[in-house]
Write a protein of this length. Structure first.
Length: 147
């Protein structure tokens, strides 16, 4: 497959209360965004662990999005603040495994932001396309050099 034909697989972990509802609003509003995203509903963005992210990459994802309520609006009071700390940790772990941290994105999307959800999905798909497919077969890990 040439780089031009590459369509990334993106896993999106979406908070039940805000981001998943934002994705739903994007759908009912007929917002256009790439179809190569798999949405997974979680009760809170803080429930997404480093294991979930690494397993997503291991199973073939080229990018992972974690989306939750805006800071201060979390239905579980401080869940999204925990998510911020976890995302920083996950990016460090990804670097240790030779995966570019830019393959993980953290966004705050409310239930009323269907347009934002569609825009973020479009942006993330384009960003991951530019990086290229993730190859975790053990023979070639990513580096920060542009070739």
């Amino acid at each position: 497959m040439s780089d031009e034909d590459f369509e990334p697989k993106i896993i999106a972990f979406l908070c039940n209360w805000c981001s998943y509802a934002g994705a739903d609003l994007a759908g009912v509003s007929r917002e256009q965004y790439p179809a190569n995203i798999l949405n997974i509903k979680v009760m809170c963005s803080s429930r997404v662990s480093p294991e979930h992210v690494l397993r997503s990459f291991k199973k073939g994802a080229d990018g992972v999005l974690i989306a939750g309520c805006h800071p201060g609006d979390c239905h579980y009071i401080n869940g999204n603040y925990k998510t911020i700390r976890k995302a920083d940790l996950m990016k460090k772990i990804m670097e240790d495994f030779g995966i570019k941290p830019t393959r993980l994105r953290l966004e705050w999307i409310s239930s009323a932001e269907g347009g934002k959800f569609a825009r973020v999905m479009e942006e993330m798909t384009e960003e991951v396309k530019e990086i290229g497919p993730l190859n975790l077969d053990g023979t070639s890990l990513e580096d920060d050099t542009d070739e």
